[in-house]
Design a protein around this ligand. Structure first.
Ligand code: HEC
Ligand code: HEC
Ligand code: HEC
Ligand code: HEC
Length: 146
């Protein structure tokens, strides 16, 4: 009898938890922008996998400098910031400042990283995409390049 009661409670709890999880999936978590410094530790020259060593290449690119090239009078102009910064006007992590998102950073093409940057998520190509990772196609470029 006692075990039956325990199982009944467990079943109710598990059902509630499952429903809660389903709710979260339905409404979707809010993916937030972090800034490229969060990607650097795993995508720098020390990465064990040569294919992941992309940070320094990006750092030297025109995309990384896209905010710096704006004339001084336009460095705060929302019209320009939409294409010359990352995730402009979109949700960012509380500890990420607008200055951290200057230029066309990783997340401008790969999507906001708040939910996919941890190692255990990144290493799983299916889960990382569910958590917001984008492998960009032409349409992503076309948001800024017409
Ligand atoms: C904790 C380490 C870590 C961090 C932080 C990290 N990555 Fe990764 N990333 C990895 C690993 C490991 C892989 C390889 C996954 C695999 O084996 O397919 C990867 C793969 C990728 C890929 C290729 C995925 C694919 O399936 O082709 C992209 C794109 C990527 N990362 C972008 C980012 C961006 C953008 C950030 C910052 C927001 C970031 N990563 C932060 C470890 C990390
Ligand atoms: C719809 C997206 C978009 C908007 C909005 C936008 N830009 Fe750009 N801008 C681009 C793209 C894309 C390029 C790169 C073009 C190329 O190299 O083919 C660029 C290039 C530039 C360059 C040249 C940089 C260089 O290295 O020569 C300057 C300067 C510039 N934009 C200033 C501005 C200013 C100022 C504004 C706001 C008044 C603005 N842009 C608004 C997308 C945009
Ligand atoms: C202007 C857009 C853009 C930016 C900015 C950008 N990427 Fe990418 N990235 C791409 C594209 C496009 C691919 C190739 C996707 C494919 O294989 O179809 C790619 C591929 C990758 C890969 C897989 C490489 C491989 O050979 O499998 C990784 C890892 C990656 N990016 C990480 C990053 C990180 C980290 C940053 C920032 C330091 C970054 N990317 C910035 C567009 C971008
Ligand atoms: C968030 C807006 C944005 C997105 C998304 C974006 N770009 Fe750009 N891109 C820019 C801006 C702005 C510049 C101009 C930067 C500068 O000149 O400093 C630029 C410059 C370039 C350049 C010129 C580089 C050079 O050395 O002159 C190329 C090539 C380019 N982008 C390709 C791409 C491709 C391919 C994609 C998609 C995978 C892409 N961009 C996605 C905004 C964007």
């Amino acid at each position: 009898m006692r075990w039956a009661a325990v199982w009944a409670i467990w079943a109710i709890l598990a059902g509630t938890l499952a429903a809660g999880a389903a709710d979260r999936v339905d409404s979707g978590p809010v993916f937030r922008y972090l800034g490229a410094k969060w990607c650097k530790p795993c995508h720098n020259r020390n990465s064990p996998n040569p294919k992941l060593r992309v940070f320094h290449g990006w750092e030297g690119s025109a995309h990384a400098k896209a905010w710096e090239v704006l004339p001084d009078e336009d460095k705060d102009n929302p019209v320009c910031l939409r294409c010359h910064t990352t995730g402009y006007g979109l949700p960012r992590r509380a500890d990420t400042r607008p200055e951290d998102l200057r230029g066309v950073q990783c997340e401008a093409c790969h999507g906001p990283g708040s939910h996919y940057f941890p190692w255990r998520i990144m290493k799983d190509p299916v889960v990382s995409r569910e958590r917001g990772l984008v492998i960009p196609d032409r349409d992503v470029c076309m948001r800024c390049h017409w």
